[in-house]
Design a protein around this ligand. Structure first.
Ligand code: IPE
Ligand code: IPE
Ligand code: MG
Length: 254
């Protein structure tokens, strides 16, 4: 069987792929180990997928690393995750530089422990001029938080007179989200067999193609990523139009 990678159409790639990395705890449990062992092994999958995405030319890759709701996990697990973030950023920074990858975050990183925030800010600053791909970590992120924040910002501008109420539209709203400089994801992948969005990119995923796989995140490899891309390329994105309209448009582009 040829590698999935060879079958990918490089001129029809999703510009932005968003991933919900799920299943670390269950993976650890299946190996008879504590949950944090799963998170540690999840780092291998992060490296694989970042490499895989950059290799084929994906421009934006967003990884859901820690949700606002994840603070309610046991203290020990939260602390271990924050420590793992520092360690991983420290170890990966030179690889990001070498591969011309820019690091960004979305979410309320001001509320992360100072050491974690500083490690992230250092890496963001260091890689800010890299252009091959943008790797975005969603950290202390929740879509409802982000939407409420955007609303607050907009309300403030209307109140102080710098924005007119009648000028508020989709574009203006999107420009106040933490993803203002990032295109909407074309493809969203969730691992571990769960079929939900868990407060991730709710506004941005209005027309995103969803892909679910039973693979647990620490087992996710390049070929699993390429399979998701291939699945995406087999779909027809209609954006509310009829299938007939879409195929006519495709023919006229060709
Ligand atoms: C995803 O794996 C990683 C984070 C949410 C930080 P989980 O830790 O949610 O793993 P499961 O879902 O319990 O197996
Ligand atoms: C979503 O996974 C958040 C991240 C991957 C960081 P969860 O494991 O926290 O989601 P739920 O609670 O199962 O919906
Ligand atoms: Mg989970």
């Amino acid at each position: 069987m040829p590698d999935s990678k060879d079958q990918i159409l490089l001129n029809a790639l999703p510009e932005h792929v968003a991933i919900i990395m799920d299943g670390n705890g269950r993976w650890a449990q299946s190996h008879g180990r504590p949950r944090i062992f799963g998170h540690k092994n999840g780092v291998t999958a992060v490296k694989e997928v970042t490499e895989a995405a950059a290799e084929i030319g994906i421009k934006y890759l967003t990884l859901y690393a820690f949700s606002t709701e994840n603070w309610s996990r046991p203290r020990m697990e939260v602390d271990a995750l924050m420590g793992l973030l520092i360690e991983t950023v420290g170890k990966q920074i030179s690889t990001l530089q070498k591969n011309n990858i820019r690091l960004k975050t979305i979410g309320d990183i001001q509320r992360l422990p100072a050491k974690t925030r500083l490690a992230l800010e250092g890496a963001i600053e260091m890689t800010k001029n890299n252009t091959r791909m943008c790797l975005i970590l969603a950290l202390n992120y929740s879509s409802r938080w982000e939407i409420v924040e955007a609303t607050r910002l907009i309300a403030h501008k209307v109140k102080e007179g710098t924005l007119k109420e009648e000028d508020i539209n989709n574009e203006v709203f999107a420009a106040h989200l933490s993803t203002s400089d990032i295109p909407d994801p074309s493809l969203m992948i969730r691992t571990s067999g769960e079929h939900r969005i868990s407060n991730y990119l709710l506004w941005q995923s209005a027309y995103t193609e969803l892909y679910f796989t039973n693979v647990l995140w620490p087992d996710f490899r390049k070929n699993d990523f390429y399979q998701a891309i291939l699945d995406f390329q087999g779909r027809e994105r209609r954006f509310g139009k009829t299938g007939e309209q879409v195929s006519k448009e495709t023919i006229s582009i060709i």
